[in-house]
Ligand binder design. Structure first.
Ligand code: P6P
Length: 333
């Protein structure tokens, strides 16, 4: 490990890339990495103690069954961020309303964080990778006042940082502050994240397509045609593609990040706006993917250019290797 640099050293070394006062980025990421380490320790023994796999018996604003892990993760990340005095408000998949920190410290926070504390939580029961995804913005309302809804409804293009934590065969933090994407792997024996995937770039083309084909009957004719295209034999375009669908967006996108490929969660007769949430799933992943040389779209426009109308709004989401996403856009046009 001697030649690897730690996350802390990396942030200090690259603090100048973060166009704001020194230390703010460090404190923000200290909160996220601390919460990630706590989550890692719990996830790795889920089912043994405190039955984090169980259901709470409640539903979130999405009408989805909340797992104990969802509620636990939500609490861990919110408390960690609140304690760092940099954040004036948080929006979470697990919270119907935004959380505004109205005390003096909160009012002076300069950042907004939008987070899905655990995406794909139902996969923990079958030991499949799950993850946390977050987006960070500078507030647009004046420092010293309480955050307002407009602070949360900024376009994805205005993110100052975004990242995900994948709890898989290893635990990794992958993030960007607008100067490329870097991946850090946790050494759980000493609780340190080391730079393991410097300057991550997504291959311009790949041969993996990730979509839930169980929804095929509900897709548009153009989407059905695209999926059939992926399965056609054509050696010049490296088809048929390989189908890989984990059912955990972060795991699917992380694999496609490294190997190339396209992830699709289309709109359908069942889900006219798709399933994934724009603000705290699609925007942060789109920021990372564009920073790594890939592309992310809703089929008509870049995800990062969409003007959010509400905190929990959904969007069709197609993301991954630039040439594969462009190929899809052409077939949907
Ligand atoms: P489906 C998990 O619930 C999630 O939000 C993503 O992580 C995942 O890719 C997708 O939904 C799976 O949804 O409808 O294919 O089961």
């Amino acid at each position: 490990m001697s030649n690897l640099i730690t996350l802390g050293e990396f942030i200090i070394k690259n603090q100048q890339d973060f166009p704001y006062a020194k230390g703010e980025l460090t404190r923000l990421f200290n909160a996220i990495t601390l919460a990630s380490k706590v989550m890692n320790s719990q996830i790795n023994k889920a089912g043994l103690v405190d039955d984090l796999m169980g259901k709470v018996g409640t539903q979130n604003v999405q009408g989805e069954e909340q797992k104990k892990l969802d509620v636990y993760a939500n609490k861990i990340f919110i408390n960690a961020l609140k304690a760092r005095n940099e954040v004036c408000g948080i929006a979470s998949e697990e919270e119907e309303e935004t959380i505004i920190f109205e005390n003096e410290v909160g009012k002076n926070g300069k950042y907004i964080v939008l987070i899905d504390p655990i995406d794909g939580s139902s996969n923990i029961e079958v030991n499949v990778s799950i993850g946390t995804v977050f987006a960070i913005y500078r507030r647009i309302s004046p420092v010293g006042t309480t955050a307002v809804l407009a602070d949360f409804l900024q376009k994805g293009r205005h993110q100052v940082a975004a990242g995900y934590v994948i709890f898989g065969s290893s635990t990794m933090l992958v993030f960007t502050t607008g100067n490329g994407v870097n991946g850090f792997t946790l050494d759980p024996s000493i609780g340190v994240f080391y730079l393991s995937h410097p300057n991550m770039t997504i291959p311009k083309i790949g041969n993996i397509y990730s979509v839930n084909e169980g929804n095929y009957a509900y897709f548009s004719d153009k989407m059905k045609a695209y999926i059939n295209y992926c399965k056609d034999i054509d050696a010049t375009t490296n088809r048929p593609y390989t189908g890989r669908y984990i059912g955990s967006m972060i795991a699917d996108l992380h694999r496609n990040f490294l190997k190339g490929g396209i992830y699709l969660y289309p709109d359908s007769a069942k889900a006219p706006n798709g399933k994934l949430r724009l603000l705290y799933e699609c925007n942060p992943m789109a920021f990372l993917i564009e920073q790594a040389g890939g592309k992310a779209t809703d089929g008509q426009q870049a995800i990062l250019d969409k003007a959010p109308m509400e905190i929990h709004e959904r969007t069709p989401f197609y993301a991954g290797s630039k040439e594969m996403v462009s190929e899809l856009e052409n077939k949907l046009s």
